[in-house]
Design a protein around this ligand. Structure first.
Ligand SMILES: [Zn+2]
Length: 320
């Protein structure tokens, strides 16, 4: 177990120094104008300044290490932010806001907002290139869990009455792509159908990829757009045929569902994409890729910048 008595979790100055070292390995960078010249950035010292305040000589603005990050303007001491980040990084199935509230000594509501900001930092970088490529294999699959919000429809998308046993009952749909030996990307879709699945595939997976799916008709047509497309017939009890299987993605779904059921329990549908980002991040920075809990946590801290604006649009930022 991680040493939660580490000074960076106890002392806000130690926490700030840790974050500065991670974000600014070559010295402070001005978040206002981008100036990174150490000769033109001065640490403000003395009684009238709080520790960690800098002034940029190029644009004359002042800043700290949290300006422009998901931690900006928070009243929560930075050591508590680092502890929350570490706990979320190290908990395989996630950690509830109730648990964070108890461990951090902050209100439940504050813990909830902190967790969502940390999930923002865990989100994929939109500049990540396509998955797969020549000689690479990507598994694609969809899963259903929980209950969709709003009234249950009486007809399916194809106009037939709903059957309880069918996959298209009133559940939330998630489509996922995972590259063998690589990363996962997960998407919440209103409906998993041929169009939504194709849209996700072509936007994320290189056409030179070998695609593995189950026999679902969702993938039949778009599968032809890929170098190779192999399927296993789950309905016929076939799960593995040599290298053709979707076990990698089934395992990702399994961890996700156990976490959503056992830890998070109540998640409104509009926040589902954040939980997907959280589980995806942990998978993509997993022990199997030799990423320790500390390294995983530090990787989140390196990604806290530049996401605050996105977050603000959800009008929840003012609470933590
Ligand atoms: Zn500046």
């Amino acid at each position: 177990m991680t040493d939660l008595n580490n000074p960076i979790f106890q002392d806000k100055d130690k926490a700030r120094e840790h974050l500065e070292a991670l974000r600014w390995p070559n010295g402070a960078i001005c978040p206002h104008c981008g100036n990174a010249d150490p000769a033109k950035i001065r640490a403000l010292q003395g009684k009238s300044h709080r520790p960690g305040l800098y002034q940029c000589a190029a644009c004359r603005e002042q800043f700290t290490v949290t300006v422009g990050t998901v931690f900006e303007r928070s009243k929560i001491p930075l050591n508590k932010w680092l502890l929350a980040t570490h706990l979320m990084a190290a908990s395989k199935k996630g950690i509830s806001a109730h648990q964070l509230h108890r461990m951090l000594g902050v209100t439940y509501k504050t813990a909830w907002f902190m967790a969502h900001r940390i999930r923002e930092a865990m989100k994929d970088d939109s500049s990540d290139g396509p998955m797969g490529g020549e000689g690479k294999t990507v598994e694609a699959d969809e899963t259903y869990f929980g209950t969709k919000e709003g009234p249950a429809p009486t007809m399916t998308t194809s106009g037939r009455p709903f059957l309880k046993s069918g996959k298209a009952t009133h559940k939330r749909a998630v489509v996922a792509l995972v590259e063998r030996g690589g990363s996962v990307r997960m998407f919440h879709v209103d409906k998993a159908n041929r169009d939504s699945v194709r849209d996700i595939l072509v936007r994320n997976v290189s056409r030179d990829t070998t695609l593995y799916t189950d026999e679902s008709r969702l993938y039949t047509i778009t599968g032809r757009e890929y170098r190779e497309h192999h399927t296993v017939k789950h309905s016929a009890g076939e799960y593995v045929r040599g290298v053709v299987h979707t076990n990698t993605i089934e395992n990702v779904f399994s961890v996700f569902k156990r976490g959503m059921k056992g830890v998070y329990q109540h998640c409104s549908e509009k926040h589902l994409h954040r939980y997907l980002a959280e589980f995806g991040f942990r998978y993509n920075n997993r022990v199997g890729l030799k990423v320790s809990d500390w390294e995983r946590s530090d990787r989140i801290l390196k990604r806290i910048e530049g996401k605050r604006l996105t977050y603000r649009r959800t009008d929840e930022a003012a609470h933590a």
